[in-house]
Write a protein that binds this ligand. Structure first.
Ligand SMILES: [Zn+2]
Length: 204
């Protein structure tokens, strides 16, 4: 379920920002890791943030796309738990990306969640406990965040786009990934620079 093609507007984050501020719901699946997509359910963090997980059904929708089960009925408590876990993960991402120092409380919070995502033997192979409830799914996310931070911390970045602060994972070897989306923030950044050069004295 993790490679589901998102609806068209969500492929262009800044274009979707205006709609989100009006209350539209656009989840993004472009960060390169679902855990980072989860953190990106707060958009426009550089401008104070716009919450996309507004009601428990939003959390159910996000978890259904990520884990494939649609029968969860998240509570208001699950939603609060999801948000607090998400912010703890984000503090760790910021530390990994070199934008902040590690916050011990955030790390402790993340570790607390991982306790509910044990490795189990299903008779044929090792697997993680099923993400049948919101609490279990959030624990799985916490464990996935730990794996990401342990093995790929040096790949975590913030988008360089002029009106974007989406978190992303740079998995490319040949060319570093600087933008959440080349079609959106990449082209906008280049146009922004071209305009800047054109207005400098002696360049135009
Ligand atoms: Zn961006």
């Amino acid at each position: 379920m993790r490679d589901r093609i998102p609806p068209l507007p969500s492929r262009d984050p800044p274009a979707a920002n205006a709609a989100i501020e009006q209350g539209a719901q656009y989840f993004l699946w472009i960060a390169g890791d679902p855990v980072v997509d989860f953190v990106n359910t707060v958009r426009l963090r550089h401008r104070g943030g716009v919450e996309l997980l507004r009601v428990p059904a939003d959390l159910d929708a996000w978890l259904a796309t990520t884990f494939g089960t649609t029968s969860r009925r998240s509570t208001q408590g699950d939603l609060a738990t999801a948000r607090s876990l998400r912010e703890a993960v984000d503090l760790c991402l910021l530390a990994a990306a070199g934008h902040a120092t590690v916050v011990p409380n955030a790390l402790a919070h993340l570790n607390q969640h991982m306790e509910q995502a044990p490795l189990v033997w299903n008779g044929e192979c090792f697997t993680r406990a099923p993400a049948a409830t919101a609490a279990q799914a959030l624990s799985r996310l916490a464990a996935d965040a730990a794996t990401l931070l342990e093995h790929r911390a040096h790949h975590i970045r913030l988008c360089d786009g002029p009106d974007c602060s989406l978190r992303l994972v740079d998995a490319s070897r040949a060319r570093p990934r600087r933008w959440c989306s080349m079609a959106a923030c990449g082209n906008r950044t280049k146009a922004h620079r071209r305009r800047g050069r054109a207005t400098q004295p002696g360049t135009g």
